[in-house]
Design a protein around this ligand. Structure first.
Ligand SMILES: Cc1cc2nc3c(=O)[nH]c(=O)nc-3n(C[C@H](O)[C@H](O)[C@H](O)COP(=O)(O)O)c2cc1C
Length: 66
């Protein structure tokens, strides 16, 4: 969903911190979540104000196992 949003100019952020707070039976019912479903990936979506700078990445050490 995040990649699809990005492809149409919508920014997103995965808010894992909200997962616990949203795991409320009453709220799940109000949201129409089917019985037995849980919240896994709360996302916030919006139109970015401008360009974002991609932070410098630490080069990963990749080990290929054959
Ligand atoms: C499982 C998961 C949970 C995340 N939870 C939060 C969060 O609670 N608050 C937040 O600001 N960003 C959250 N993020 C976003 C990360 O902080 C970060 O912005 C994102 O992974 C992109 O960084 P990267 O390009 O260095 O991987 C979460 C990302 C993932 C994958």
């Amino acid at each position: 969903m995040m990649l699809a949003a990005q492809s149409i100019g919508i920014g997103s952020c995965w808010i894992g911190a909200a997962q616990k707070a949203l795991m409320d039976e009453k709220l799940l019912k109000e949201l129409g979540a089917p019985e037995g479903y849980i919240i896994v990936a709360p996302l916030i979506l919006g139109y970015p104000k401008g360009e974002t700078e991609i932070p410098e990445r630490i080069k990963p050490e990749v080990v290929w196992v054959k």
